[in-house]
Design a protein around this ligand. Sequence first.
Ligand code: SF4
Length: 236
Amino acid sequence: MKILGLQKLTLLDYPGYVAAIIFLGGCNLRCPFCQNSSLVLTPDSLPEISHDEFMSFLKKRSGILEGVCITGGEPTLHAQLPDLIRDIRNAGYLVKLDTNGSNPEMLQFLLKEGMIDYAAMDIKAGPAHYAKVCGLSEEKTADLLEKVDQSIKLLKNSAIPYEFRTTAVRGLHDDSDFLEIREWISGCKYYYLQNFRDCPEVLLPDHSFSAFSQKEMEHFLELVQLRIPEAALRGI
Ligand code: SF4
């Protein structure tokens, strides 16, 4: 497992904590709006940050940083993830995990072992649009949906703080997604809606995706808040 990116400081990604972010390569989804396409499609082309270099960075930032966000790609695909987390925790840091929810077995293990302190899980779309939004065949998506559902239940029943979140993309999402999502995850406390931002790294090169207007995002939020009152917009 290679660390393919390090953001040395974030005040936004780990709610309430000053943190760094590390990026692991590879993903089992192909979301056409993904903004980390090189991590997903060509991880071997990216320079690696060695484990020793990263641990030495953490040692130097002790007392300044409080946590490490592990993101991707999809971090839970790596069997060595628990070892990495163990090293980060032994260095005195909290761990936040970002996941697409496709690996409930790994998530369950990490929760059971008390290895993560916060989890942020993507809900890509309502189930009816999941295949289109995650870029898989209908057949593979049926399997994925079962796993995502298991991951939702694991987090809802866990003792750690967590959030669900959706990136809304004009061209992929409409009202029906948020009506379905609000039923699917109802009972959760924190759900964030973020808006699509175009960039050169977007996975589908010739896309026609765009961001929704502020008014449209507020409309989606109102739909969701009927079941999840504390849902909020993020970064808008
Ligand atoms: S946006 Fe989709 S393809 Fe990109 S890293 Fe996340 S789950 Fe993988």
